[in-house]
Design a protein around this ligand. Structure first.
Ligand SMILES: Cc1ncc(COP(=O)(O)O)c(C=O)c1O
Length: 446
């Protein structure tokens, strides 16, 4: 029978070179690498590069990449349109103390796609743009507190490093009035005290807390489909309540589409039929180079031009990232979204049917967008509506065993249970994925 122990043993044997590089890295870099999310069970998997739908590891394996740098690489690796665009620009310099015309070009693409976005400001990452969005919202409203959802991940900065992994805390309060809990040592209590924590899909609790804190509340950060803290999808009813009540109270609704821009050409907010006041973007918009953005209503964004708020980073609006982002988004037309979402829907349909027929607790979450989530649950047929619900229902050990075994058998997911598809994947790649998942589950349940 396949267990966490056997999967770990195989992983350790198959990825021994990666283990060596991790150990070497640890002498120079805390943990061995600069990004804790690289952790994959015992250690990270080091790569030498990638091509199309695949990555090559230092251990000599070619893995079908369902991680895609945590949703970034929507075209796959080494996409010709991006390579050509960067290569053409490279000989004329990489970095300037001047703006380039491509900034307005990428801004116009985002404005054309996302109905609620009238003006855009770029940074180097979504974490930075989340921080900018909080400052813009505070400046615009004159209020200090921010609200976010329990389990909502919006990057690593202080204002939002609150109640992301609350299930690991000793005390996190009742679900209809969660306590704000610092996610990391080093986040000051004064920062935590400025955060109101809400529960996904809890209509009455959320409305009550928003009204209670309205006088001090600048904004609410929300992901319509959350990923990093555990997979939860907001209901239409809940999302519309959030839009209605925040508008009534003058609280800005900030929709974090960093990962969700993958869902639809016009953003996930278009599928819900709601308009954000501000939208945070990242990941795919830089075409594989570091780029973040905040965009939204022109009157709100005007705090950036009337001297009230000055946000200016050395690499903000970096030319190469803009150029790569333009190439990526131009390739991502409606037909590309249809292909990606068609593949995701096939995975959902086939694996859900198969798991329910054999009464397996293995669960695929999602709505057929090109990022899906998976978990080995404690019971078959689980529905998840809140962050706590997710962590109560998921069998963390079996999910980890499954993730490691996927890598052992040639498929690389996000270890905590996420899958990102790329346009480079073929029907055969999707079949390989589905067949591999079934074989692993059979071995885990035999
Ligand atoms: C929803 C969401 N917001 C913000 C971020 C932070 O983005 P970055 O890592 O580019 O700073 C992430 C990253 O995973 C994310 O998923």
């Amino acid at each position: 029978m396949l267990t966490l122990e056997t999967a770990t043993t195989t992983f350790t044997e198959r990825f021994a070179e990666s283990a060596k590089l991790t150990e070497h890295g640890k002498q120079l870099i805390p943990g061995g690498y600069s990004r804790t999310s690289f952790n994959f069970g015992p250690h990270a998997v080091f790569v030498t590069g990638g091509s199309g739908a695949y990555i090559n590891t230092v251990d000599g394996h070619r893995l079908l990449d369902f991680n895609n740098n945590f949703t970034v690489n929507i075209l796959g690796h080494g996409a010709q349109v991006i390579t050509d665009a960067i290569t053409k620009a490279l000989p004329t310099g990489t970095s300037f103390g001047n703006p380039v015309a491509e900034e307005a070009e990428l801004a116009s693409i985002l404005i054309e796609r996302i109905a609620s976005v009238e003006k855009v400001q770029f940074s180097c990452s979504a974490s930075e743009s989340v921080m900018s969005a909080a400052r813009i919202a505070r400046a615009y409203t004159g209020r200090t507190k921010i609200a976010k959802f329990e389990g909502g991940y919006h990057g690593f900065t202080d204002p939002v490093s609150v109640s992301v992994h609350t299930h690991e805390a000793d005390e996190y309060g009742p679900e209809d009035a969660p306590l704000p809990v610092a996610d990391d040592a080093g986040v000051p209590q004064q920062v935590v005290d400025q955060v109101v924590v809400l529960t996904q899909n809890d209509i009455s609790g959320t409305e009550r807390l928003l009204r209670l804190h309205a006088a001090d509340l600048a904004c609410v950060f929300v992901e319509l489909e959350s990923g990093a803290g555990g997979h939860v999808m907001l209901t239409d009813e809940f999302a519309h309540m959030l839009r209605r009540v925040t508008a009534e109270l003058g609280v800005l609704l900030i929709i974090d589409e960093t990962a969700n821009l993958r869902a639809a050409y016009h953003g996930l907010q278009s599928l819900y039929g709601i308009d954000a006041d501000l939208t945070v973007m990242g990941k795919i918009i830089g075409g594989g180079l570091p780029l973040g953005a905040v965009g939204g209503r022109a009157d709100i964004m005007s705090v950036l031009e009337n001297g009230k708020v000055a946000i200016s980073g050395t690499h903000h609006g970096h030319r190469l990232a803009l150029i790569a982002g333009i190439a990526c988004l131009r390739a991502l037309d409606q037909r590309a979204y249809a292909q990606l979402n068609g593949h995701a829907q096939r995975i959902l349909d086939e694996l859900r049917l198969w798991a329910s027929e054999r009464r397996s607790p293995f669960t695929i979450f999602g709505r057929g967008f090109s990022s899906l989530a998976y978990a080995y649950c404690k019971e078959p047929g689980q529905q998840v509506t809140t962050h706590r619900d997710y962590w109560h229902k998921v069998d963390a050990e079996k999910t980890q065993a499954f993730s490691l075994e996927l890598a052992n058998r040639g498929i690389f997911p996000v270890a905590r249970g996420e899958l990102s598809l790329s346009l480079a994947m073929t029907d055969d790649d999707i079949s390989t994925f589905i067949d591999t998942v079934k074989a692993i589950i059979v071995d885990m349940e035999s």
